[in-house]
Design a protein around this ligand. Structure first.
Ligand SMILES: Nc1ncnc2c1ncn2[C@@H]1O[C@H](COP(=O)(O)OP(=O)(O)OP(=O)(O)O)[C@@H](O)[C@H]1O
Length: 714
């Protein structure tokens, strides 16, 4: 098997080989993912199930690794979800029916689940659903229901129990998604929903009274036609993209059919923090939307939303604009995917006309929402949000980590938005439910990754440690046992990524592909160069990719075997996301190595805490654990201010500002394996050459007289 083929996101899951790779996090398989021998037959066969054969429950049918917590495997019991109905036959359809039409009952029988079973299923899969904006009467009812003394803010937020989705086939029967959309899902090889999909899809697709199900929550003011706003926190690689993409496409398609006129305006917007992630989401959307007529577009440089008015810069200098950039492309998109900066830039440029273009937007998705609402992107994200004026707008926020401050900011923004839009419109704007879905343990690392913290003492030691990881000659028993490519290496800054790249450039022997196997990706590269590196990495040409936090979020390379933190991440959330590039979709065998030097020790605790938590979740014995309790106790606790500075700037001595503070910092943070005296000799030689060039130049100009100004030593 060529493990590198798995890198391609477009690799189909259908042939079952990927499914065979999903092993349980609790299986204890501590081999590199690429070493796993695929076992078992394809999960999906083209054979139709016979009438009378029972529909498989998630535990029968589900590739094990998709259960990120795998409680079923641990307890060896059948899950509580027992579907009561008979087989659901594939509703073969010519695509003539409309989205929203349920599949005919003769062809498929809707599986049902009692409320108790739904609760048990949610519990089993560690899905916690909470209503974040209960009406005052609901909150009061909850308080009365609680014992006195427990009436804290938290307990006022009622838990909800939507009926989870146990098979993608139910999407047709239960929610009436179009046969084309269902067919595309099937074509991609998606059969069993992951936990986040199980929980989020019913919330976003069901009628609100279904998930606000129990009577104490169903009051007249809550029964709303509006889709809820949803905040989802689910592990990295757990399939959040599909969880927001399916309902989004379904609703866009339904609206198109209902209106019976082709909508030329944008219908939904997805924001993500990096160009790479935007490209990936667009790609996923397009694959799912194939044949539905829905246009999913990535917003690029030189595009504009409105066809009429010229932008400010064009109006100023139309001739130059046309010569330099040609006519800007007018976006014809139903679903627009963009970074907040790019969209906000266009919106402020086309101030008047863009307003109309966005008036039909009813879905606003923030992927990696905690970053999008972080000060770095906040202004741009909120700027876009404020431009959306459709009364039926529903917002969904997704990430593997979500601070309580971000949740609060989202809650306030939604409330303010509703008030503002309500004030502008004579029509009554009904407050939509704001629901939080948490999958598993909030803000924790995926449990199926092996974590290693390796002490390397100095910068030189780190480089040596990394070389040990690169070269198969090192002893497999050591902590720094070699890693199987492909893998990612994260550094704190672009400068350090570039330096590390040039240091390692010749480390891969020519017979193995040489310098072409190692590459660097950062924000200072051109868009074309970034695209090219991404493609080559996905195709398996590049084995080792050195990068900054640019790639730490959302990007899905399917076969990554390891992640190396050459520099310690700035926060525990950054650690969770970086190492989440491996162990995706429940894949076992991923390794996360963090190299730390003396300088990193004061900042290690946040990483050690996440690792300790992941190990606890996974149930490692203290002998196996890479973070021992004594280490946790010994590491210094970071003050709040230091935490904030670290989050903002990273370790100061590695930044340009830190280096300006003194030559010592420069020396101790330089990424180079050359000895000091070699570097000095090289510098002297460089200086001498430069000096002689200058002298020669001055002589040639004939102005090398004694009265020339002193220009300092070379
Ligand atoms: N139901 C499913 N069955 C099998 N594979 C799935 C399923 N859903 C998603 N995947 C696969 O899981 C991988 C991770 O999905 P995705 O990128 O959506 O994760 P994510 O939760 O957004 O991760 P991150 O938090 O890192 O952004 C993808 O390769 C995707 O194809």
């Amino acid at each position: 098997m060529d493990p590198l083929r798995l890198l391609s996101r477009s690799t189909r899951l259908r042939d079952g080989r990927q499914h065979a790779q999903y092993t349980t996090p609790s299986s204890g398989a501590r081999v590199q993912a690429a070493q796993l021998t695929p076992v078992g037959a394809a999960v999906k066969t083209s054979k139709k199930r016979k009438r009378g054969e029972s529909i498989p429950t998630p535990s029968d049918d589900q590739p094990r690794g998709l259960d990120f917590f795998d409680t079923a495997a641990k307890s060896n019991t059948r899950p509580a979800v027992q579907l009561k109905q008979e087989a659901v036959q594939d509703g073969e359809n010519d695509g003539s029916e409309q989205p929203g039409d349920k599949a005919p009952l003769s062809a498929s029988v809707m599986p049902t689940m009692s409320d108790d079973e739904a609760r048990a299923a949610l519990k089993q899969h560690k899905l916690k659903v909470t209503l974040l904006n209960p009406t005052s009467s609901q909150a009061k009812q909850r308080r009365i229901g609680k014992k006195s003394g427990s009436g804290s803010e938290k307990s006022e937020k009622p838990a909800l129990y939507p009926h989870p989705l146990v098979s993608f086939r139910d999407l047709r029967t239960r929610f009436g998604i179009s046969s084309r959309l269902a067919g595309n899902l099937d074509e991609q090889g998606y059969i069993v929903p992951t936990e986040v999909q199980m929980g989020a899809l019913p919330i976003l697709l069901d009628a609100p009274d279904q998930y606000l199900g129990h009577s104490d929550l169903l009051s007249a003011d809550r029964v709303s036609v509006r889709t809820p706003n949803l905040l989802t926190v689910a592990p990295t690689g757990s399939g959040k993209t599909l969880a927001f993409m399916i309902p989004l496409l379904h609703r866009v398609q339904s609206r198109r059919h209902q209106d019976r006129v082709p909508i030329k305006a944008v219908s939904a917007i997805i924001l993500a923090p990096t160009k790479e992630l935007v490209g990936q989401i667009t790609n996923e959307g397009r694959k799912l939307a194939q044949g539905t007529g829905i246009n999913v577009t990535q917003l690029r440089k030189g595009m504009r939303l409105s066809p009429t008015q010229p932008s400010k810069s064009e109006a100023k200098d139309p001739v130059q604009h046309n010569v330099m950039a040609g006519e800007p492309t007018v976006v014809k998109a139903d679903v627009l995917v963009s970074t907040p900066g790019r969209l906000q830039g266009i919106l402020s440029d086309e101030r008047n006309s863009s307003q109309d273009m966005l008036s039909s937007v009813q879905e606003f998705v923030l992927d990696e929402a905690d970053v999008l609402l972080d000060p770095l992107f906040r202004e741009q994200t909120l700027g876009v949000w404020q431009k959306l004026t459709n009364l039926r707008l529903s917002v969904s926020l997704w990430s593997a980590t979500m601070g309580s401050n971000i949740e609060e900011l989202a809650r306030r923004t939604i409330k303010n938005w509703q008030e503002q839009v309500g004030a502008r419109n004579a029509e009554f704007v009904q407050e939509a439910p704001f629901i939080r879905l948490v999958v598993g343990l909030k803000d924790s690392a995926v449990p199926n990754v092996e974590h290693k913290l390796i002490y390397a003492a100095t910068e030189q030691g780190k480089l040596m440690g990394l070389r040990q990881l690169l070269h198969p000659a090192s002893t497999p028993q050591s902590a720094a046992a070699p890693l199987l490519p492909p893998f990612l290496i994260f550094t704190q800054t672009i400068e350090r990524a570039v330096a590390l790249h040039s240091e390692l450039l010749y480390d891969i022997p020519a017979e193995a592909g040489g310098i072409g196997r190692i590459a660097v990706l950062h924000a200072d590269l051109t868009d074309t160069a970034r695209d090219s590196v991404m493609t080559r990495f996905r195709q398996g040409e590049i084995w080792v990719l050195i990068t900054t936090d640019l790639l730490s979020r959302g990007v899905d390379f399917r076969g990554i075997n390891a992640v190396v933190n050459y520099d310690i991440p700035n926060s525990s959330a950054a650690y969770v996301h970086r190492i989440g590039r491996t162990g995706r979709a429940g894949r076992a065998g991923g390794v996360a190595v963090t190299l730390y030097s003396k300088e990193d020790i004061p900042y290690l605790k946040h990483v050690a805490n996440v690792v300790a938590m992941a190990q606890k979740q996974e149930g490692s014995s203290s002998k196996e654990a890479s973070v021992q309790p004594w280490l946790l106790d010994a590491l210094p606790k970071l003050s709040k201010e230091k935490k904030q500075t670290l989050k903002k700037r990273g370790i100061e001595s590695r930044t340009t500002r830190g280096k300006a503070n003194g030559p010592n910092a420069v020396r101790s943070t330089r990424i180079s394996s050359k000895a000091g005296f070699v570097k000095q000799a090289q510098n002297n030689r460089k200086g001498a050459i430069l000096g002689s060039q200058r002298r020669a130049q001055a002589e040639a100009l004939g102005d090398a007289g004694d009265d020339s100004e002193f220009a300092g030593f070379d």
